[in-house]
Design a protein. Structure first.
Length: 85
């Protein structure tokens, strides 16, 4: 629900999230099996929360914008994404 509410799906395809069929960003299918976030940072709960709140602080120069996500909401979204197999 949060992933839909913050409109992550306008840029990403995300399994089982309504209207998440965007193609600007990479697909988030099977994200739990991904080794790196944006090809740079080892994937894991803490890094993923930081990424969702402030992408440019994790990977300088990234084209993914900060979406105004609270750390609490980012934690829930990260848990969902890391559970995608
Ligand atoms: C305006 C388009 C846009 C929106 C909106 C957006 N993203 Fe992204 N996202 C991107 C782009 C572009 C990348 C690739 C960034 C890079 O490689 O530097 C990315 C990368 C990612 C990655 C890493 C993917 C990978 O393959 O490593 C995750 C996870 C992610 N986004 C989650 C989210 C979440 C959660 C939201 C909603 C809060 C969101 N994104 C909203 C454009 C967007």
């Amino acid at each position: 629900m949060l992933l839909a509410q913050y409109q992550c799906g306008s840029c990403h395809t995300i399994p089982d999230v309504q209207a998440a069929r965007g193609r600007t960003g990479p697909t988030l299918s099977a994200f739990g099996r991904r080794s790196y976030i944006a090809g740079h940072v080892p994937n894991g709960p803490e890094q993923l929360v930081r990424w969702i709140v402030t992408p440019a602080a994790v990977v300088p120069g990234t084209t993914m914008p900060a979406m105004g996500v609270s750390p609490e909401d980012a934690r829930d979204m990260a848990a969902y994404l890391l559970a995608l197999e």
